[in-house]
Design a protein around this ligand. Structure first.
Ligand SMILES: Nc1ncnc2c1ncn2[C@@H]1O[C@H](COP(=O)(O)OP(=O)(O)O)[C@@H](O)[C@H]1O
Ligand SMILES: O=P(O)(O)OC[C@H](O)CO
Length: 491
């Protein structure tokens, strides 16, 4: 019997029906509006997230019924709703939203960052949910009183969808999503009273935290009841879908942004290089940790070539254009359009282009845009290698598993292998996020094999081997580092 995976992302909701061999039977996708009410603010109407999820599920369920549901979702994005009516008190505040930057700065100035990082593995940045919750409780009229009276519920998108799917019977999330709120202690595995006090979030708002493979109630909205048996944040679900189950294994997902996660096993590696420490997954009560690097602009730089510069019409035209670039020129684009994420965390930085000559044109821009993704990944890999070496944990490192829409670009993947100096492995299915969610639910339902069996079915579509010599690689990377420093200095 098929398994339904719900992938609620930043720009669209997807439903994918997998058969018992994890082959895709049906896919549906719907985009929804993005709201930008002020500079740096990003909101989603939670009703849109729900309606597009419902519609795409209904569409694929016309092709067959499902025995279990797995949910994966954009992380950190926060919804607060009324427990009685189920209605959100405000639009969802999206992970990209920067409105709480000043609050984060105040908390940092107050000396709170070390404590927050020690408890959550995260950095004091508006990216995470806690300051979004405080903003909503402070700004929406009457919200704080209702919260203190236990009348409101809070949740990341998975949690809101579970509430709606179960018609208000279940208020629960999984450990990976909880780990991104900045209210959850990843060491003790519980909501942290101190942090709730610091961010002024009453604990009465919080959901129950369950394993990624757990019972999250059942939905009766599609006919016969279907149990929800798997939940994980999208980057963690991709880590599972890529079968990165052993310490040292690393995946990188190239969509609008890029998120690299390295499995660190049972060890909670504290980063010295401003990476995040997070929960990769919690299966049957056993926590596996990861180091994470988040880059805000990856595929989005290709969108900029298309929509901003107008030098391509479709993303896949970048390859032919980049191949025409003059090998003598070295144009570098630092795509800090919305600041720089890991390992720099410079929200104020802006994009810059270096090395222009009179002969620089669309081809050199295309090459520089694709290469910027490789350079940014190398920054993350360097930071991860440093943290890993300091942790003293044995590893089987060496290969990067890639997925996401932009990993379809052979040119970018070759540049990645060249700049990393390591092989890059691409599987045949790039929908690894949904695959991870489907496996969680299918395994819990007893339809699919465990970790080992699932890992054994991971397949390679193509391996990209480094072709650049070491001296050239290091010279190119050095030039990138100098370009980033100059972009940051220019502010
Ligand atoms: N062949 C390609 N070459 C370069 N970039 C690509 C290619 N195909 C897709 N992309 C980029 O990948 C991104 C889409 O990937 P996807 O995984 O669907 O992203 P998301 O889930 O974040 O919306 C877009 O930003 C697009 O510009
Ligand atoms: O929805 P995506 O694929 O853009 O992923 C968003 C991330 O989960 C944000 O942390």
């Amino acid at each position: 019997m098929p398994i339904l995976a719900i992938d609620q992302g930043t720009t669209s909701s997807r439903a994918i029906l997998f058969d018992a061999d994890l082959k895709v039977l049906a896919t549906a996708q719907q985009e929804f509006p993005q709201h930008f009410p002020s500079s740096g603010w990003v909101e989603h109407d939670a009703g849109d997230l729900w309606q597009t999820t419902l519609a795409t599920c209904r569409e694929v369920l016309e092709q067959g019924s499902a025995e279990a549901i797995g949910i994966t979702n954009q992380r950190e994005t926060l919804v607060i709703w009324d427990r009685e009516t189920g209605e959100p008190i405000h639009r969802a505040i999206v992970w990209q939203d920067r409105r709480t930057a000043d609050l984060c700065e105040d908390l940092r100035a107050g000396g709170h960052e070390a404590e927050v990082t020690e408890r959550t593995g995260l950095l004091l940045d508006p990216y995470f949910s806690a300051t979004k919750a405080k903003w909503l409780l402070d700004r929406v009229p009457g919200a704080r009183d209702k919260a203190e009276a236990g009348k409101l519920a809070l949740g990341t998108v998975d949690c809101f969808l579970i509430w709606r799917l179960t018609e208000g019977r279940v208020h629960a999330t999984d450990a990976t999503n909880a780990a991104r709120t900045m209210l959850y202690n990843i060491g003790t595995g519980a909501w942290d009273e101190e942090l709730c006090r610091l961010f002024e979030v009453p604990m009465a708002l919080l959901p129950e935290v369950r394993d990624c493979n757990a019972e999250f109630g059942e939905t009766r909205l599609f006919g016969a009841p279907i149990p929800i048996l798997g939940v994980a944040g999208d980057q963690q679900a991709a880590t599972i879908g890529q079968a990165c189950f052993r310490p040292g294994m690393m995946k990188s997902t190239y969509g609008t942004g890029c998120f690299a996660l390295m499995n660190t096993g049972e060890t909670r590696v504290a980063s010295e290089n401003r990476l995040l420490t997070t929960i990769a997954y919690r299966l049957d009560g056993q926590v596996t940790y990861a180091l994470e690097g988040s880059i805000f602009i990856a595929g989005a730089v290709v969108q900029w070539l298309r929509d901003g510069l107008g030098i391509i019409e479709r993303a896949d035209q970048t390859q032919a254009l980049a191949e025409k670039a003059d090998p003598e020129q070295r144009v570098i684009i630092v795509p800090a359009f919305t600041g720089l994420g890991a390992p720099y965390w410079r929200p104020e930085a802006r994009g810059a282009v270096f090395g222009l000559t009179r002969n620089s044109g669309p081809a050199e821009f295309a090459r520089a845009a694709l290469e910027s993704v490789a350079f940014q990944t190398r920054d993350l890999a360097e930071a991860m290698r440093g943290d890993w070496a300091a942790s003293g944990v044995e590893a089987e490192v060496g290969v990067l598993r890639v997925d996401g829409g932009m990993s379809a670009s052979d040119y970018t993947m070759q540049a990645l292998a060249d700049i990393l100096g390591a092989p890059v492995d691409r599987p045949p299915v790039l929908e690894t996020t949904a695959l991870g969610a489907a496996w969680l639910a299918g395994h819990k339902a007893g339809l699919l094999p465990g970790v080992e069996g699932f890992a054994a079915r991971w397949a390679l579509e193509r391996r990209f081997e480094p072709e650049m010599n070491n001296a050239a690689r290091e010279a190119r990377y050095d030039a990138w580092r100098r370009a980033v420093a100059a972009a940051i200095a220019a502010g």
